[in-house]
Design a protein. Structure first.
Length: 99
C-alpha cells in the first residue's frame, strides 16, 4: 500500500488545491508526522490513530485564515497525498519533490 500511496504523492500549487477545498476534502498534516504513515492510516480507516492525531491537533481541516494565506502563495508550496476521497497536505516540499 505504501508504494501505491507514494506514487500519488507530490508537489501541489494552490490553484490545484481549490477544487478539493470546495468539496471540503483537504486535510492538513503537521510536519512532525510522516505523510505516508498518515495516508496509510486514513486509507485503512484506522480510527484510533487518526483520532489521536486529530485530538493532538496534528491533522485537521485548514482554517479560513490558513486558506486565505495559502491563496497568496505562488508555486508549489505543499506536498499532497491523495487518499480518496481526501487530499492530505503538508506545508513545504519533501526532499524527493524538490529534486
Amino acid at each position: 500500500m505504501r508504494e501505491s500511496l507514494a506514487a500519488s504523492m507530490g508537489p501541489i500549487e494552490f490553484s490545484d488545491i481549490r477544487a478539493h477545498l470546495a468539496r471540503d476534502a483537504v486535510i492538513v498534516v503537521d510536519a512532525s508526522l510522516d505523510l505516508l504513515e498518515v495516508g496509510e492510516a486514513v486509507a485503512r480507516d484506522d480510527k484510533e490513530r487518526v483520532g489521536a492525531w486529530v485530538e493532538r491537533g496534528l491533522i485537521g481541516k485548514p482554517s479560513l485564515a490558513t486558506i486565505e494565506a495559502w491563496s497568496k502563495t505562488e508555486g508549489a508550496a505543499w506536498t499532497a497525498l491523495v487518499v480518496q476521497p481526501f487530499v492530505l497536505l503538508r506545508e513545504g516540499l519533501t526532499t524527493r519533490d524538490a529534486s
